[in-house]
Design a protein around this ligand. Structure first.
Ligand SMILES: [Zn+2]
Length: 96
């Protein structure tokens, strides 16, 4: 029961979304989806609960890089907000 439920949840979550497949993406010689931009794999095969293999989405290199940059920018924004809030607090203290 639990195994079936896990399998179902995984299956739903591993379905590639529309945005996941880019216009220029293609199926490589290995039968797996490749990124049309960086030409690295966007899928890999895993053993699916002992019922053979199943293709699952993975991040290609350019997507990984984009995520890394986004995370860095996010960190930067958080730091800036912290600095601003500290500054505001300091100014309030001075004014009171
Ligand atoms: Zn890519």
């Amino acid at each position: 029961m639990l195994a079936e439920l896990t399998e179902k949840v995984l299956e739903d979550n591993l379905k590639p979304s529309e945005s996941y497949i880019g216009d220029r993406d293609y199926i490589g010689k290995d039968g797996l989806l490749h990124c049309g931009k960086c030409h690295t794999r966007k899928e890999r095969e895993i053993n699916w609960f002992g019922k053979g293999t199943r293709k699952v989405p993975v991040m290609c290199k350019c997507k990984e890089e984009a995520n890394r940059i986004r995370d860095e920018q996010m960190q930067h924004s958080v730091l800036r907000l912290l600095t601003i809030s500290r500054y505001v607090k300091k100014m309030k203290n001075i004014c009171n």
